[in-house]
Design a protein around this ligand. Structure first.
Ligand code: FES
Length: 140
């Protein structure tokens, strides 16, 4: 990996304010990622906030590769302690993304690297299309 690529992957992309997601809440974001071949691909993620901690995962159930939320921003199980897939009800640990119940038990969500900088939740470790490049927002 060349120096420019390393710098790109260290870029922190702001997706929302830390307080935009309430504690014990989750929110989805539809972003656009830049692949290694330079192509742009939709990239949907879910961010969970638990007190002062945040966890991020690609919004794709390992069972059928579809979004977890059956309604926009409905990611948690009825008890509010696990992520849940709305299709067949698999549940996932918030801190690890590991499926602990349901048809994809033993599999896991793909983690997304997050960091909190200056009160904002940022994605790192990937290259995202920024607003100027696409003419549209990177976060919804
Ligand atoms: S698609 Fe998620 S549990 Fe089946």
């Amino acid at each position: 990996m060349d120096e420019q690529a390393i710098q790109s992957n260290n870029t922190a992309y702001v997706i929302c304010g830390f307080n935009d997601i309430q504690s014990k809440g989750a929110a989805g974001f539809h972003l656009m990622i830049i692949d290694e071949d330079g192509s742009h691909k939709p990239w949907s993620i879910v961010v969970v906030r638990w007190g002062r901690r945040v966890f991020g995962y690609v919004n794709k159930c390992p069972h059928k590769d579809i979004n977890l939320d059956w309604e926009p921003n409905q990611f948690l199980d009825p008890a509010g302690v696990r992520l849940m897939c709305g299709k067949h009800g698999s549940t996932f640990e918030l801190g690890t993304g590991r499926c602990v119940d349901g048809p994809c038990k033993g599999h896991a969500l793909t983690p997304v690297r997050l960091t909190v900088l200056g009160g904002e939740i940022c994605v790192t470790g990937v290259r995202l299309v920024e607003e100027e490049e696409e003419g549209s927002s990177v976060a919804s």
